[in-house]
Design a protein around this ligand. Structure first.
Ligand code: SF4
Length: 299
């Protein structure tokens, strides 16, 4: 294959994968929703989970997105410096979103800020959002895809806490966000919490935390404990499925962090909804792919 054919193939793979993730949830999300459906015991909660299950079944059978809000596409790109299409990647990801928008179809969710018109293609200035991570001496492309819906993006918040706030301050910040905006985001939620020095660092950690599988834990045992305590605390709010009450508010809480300035704690929350359309696919240098988020898929 020459370079142009490789670009065409990768564009099509990504377009098909994105279209698929609009219709079928990742394996870990499906398993967690099934688990929570079992554990809830109020008739209303049970009915909502049954409706979610039916929604997923019909989306697959009818080949349609499982939620009308297919979000703004975001990519977290961990790209090896030796991946053969590194130079073409940014342009081809944009083209893949345009193709997926037509194929799936996806809702047109890219409105030019300040000019207030919809591009009609689901891409625009700076969208899809691409977060780059360059991996030295690798020839792989490790790609996360995410549909950032309006409702699930709504609780997003970041701030830098006063020096004395400590980890109690982090907890208060997260719980304040969840008690005020959590129900807007179609629970049960996956809550991403980022901790670092400044707001943009914390916010990016919080987004990356949403890429981690449900049930995974931060490798630091204190951070893992914070994940568990926050999960227990947010569940006690009793949001339940779709915010209509229940024993479980969240599918999980994932904390990501970096070392920080000793005087401050930057903290951020990013939220995924029950329809958490996250995909994870890895390409080798020959464009052979491995899909890690969804089983049984051929592109
Ligand atoms: S929060 Fe999620 S499930 Fe609810 S409308 Fe938005 S994208 Fe759809």
């Amino acid at each position: 294959m020459d370079k142009q054919e490789q670009v065409e193939q990768l564009t099509n793979y990504v377009a098909h994968f994105v279209a698929h993730t609009a219709k079928v949830l990742p394996d870990d999300v499906i398993a967690k929703l099934d688990e929570l459906a079992e554990k809830e015991d109020s008739p209303l909660s049970k009915t909502i989970y049954q409706t979610m299950k039916l929604n997923q079944k019909l989306a697959k059978e009818l080949n349609r997105p499982s939620c009308q809000d297919t979000g703004v596409m975001q990519f977290i790109v961990r790209c090896g410096t030796n991946f053969p299409l590194i130079n073409e990647l940014e342009v081809l990801l944009k083209e893949a979103v345009i193709r997926a928008t037509q194929q799936a179809p996806l809702r047109h969710n890219s409105v030019e800020t300040f000019d207030e018109y919809n591009t009609g293609k689901n891409v625009g200035t700076g969208t899809p959002t691409i977060f780059w991570e360059i991996v030295p001496n690798s020839d792989e492309l490790d790609l996360y895809t995410y549909m950032a819906g309006g409702g699930c993006s709504l609780p997003g918040k970041a701030m830098v806490l006063m020096p004395g706030a400590g980890y109690e301050g982090v907890t208060k910040f997260v719980l304040d966000v969840m008690t005020s905006y959590g129900l807007n985001a179609c629970p049960p939620l996956l809550v991403g919490v980022g901790v670092g020095t400044s707001v943009e660092v914390a916010a990016l950690h919080a987004k990356k935390a949403l890429m981690r599988p449900i049930g995974s834990h931060n490798p630091n045992k204190n951070a893992a404990l914070l994940e568990q305590l926050l999960e227990d605390g947010i569940n006690k709010i009793g949001l339940g499925p779709q915010g209509l009450g229940g024993k479980y508010s969240v599918m999980g809480v994932n904390v990501e962090n970096s070392a920080r300035h000793p005087s401050v704690i930057g903290v951020a929350v990013n939220v995924g909804c029950w329809s958490h359309r996250r995909g994870h696919i890895v390409f080798d240098k020959n464009l052979n792919y491995k899909i890690l988020s969804h089983s049984g898929v051929t592109l």
